[in-house]
Design a protein. Sequence first.
Length: 192
Amino acid sequence: QIFAHEFRVFITKEKSFAVLHREPAYVVGDGLKSIEQLANEESYRRLNPRTNCLCEIVLDLEAKAYLRKRGLEFCSVPRKGEKIQLRGSSNIKCGGMPTDVTDLVHPSVIDICHKALLSIPGLPYAGIDFMCSDIRRAQKSTSYRILEINSVPGIGIHMAPGRGKARNVAGMIADLIFPESINKMEHKKWAA
């Protein structure tokens, strides 16, 4: 078992990459509203209008059980500024928060993920679920874990994250398929 933060590293065999920090769904208390009210308000804000990959915060049996273990219910009222995590997993479809951290990543993380990608013959790109305590620091064999190498990663979370810069991972994939069309300046303009 490792206690760390979860990241999604999209990487290609050419070492193009984008990185997200994925947090489980949460609400921040205002001292007045219940967890359920806060989650409903946040869900409405995320979807009206929908401008990124954020989904509604799901208040299901899993969230209920997670809160109950912490002595909370959907009707509990968190203190002003108190952050209440609603589940253990960072699943974006259940309300997780993806934040782009591509510009903060230590090169060792990219080297590790690139090596993992190349360990699967013929795989041109992947989404790698990577856990570590600090993505900005050099990684040692004891400081990180790879949870999954996803051969069909979602790209929308990188192209329209909940917070941070948009990354043109579709362009990275197109460059693999059509290398003659590569124009690095176009990628830079798109992500700016």
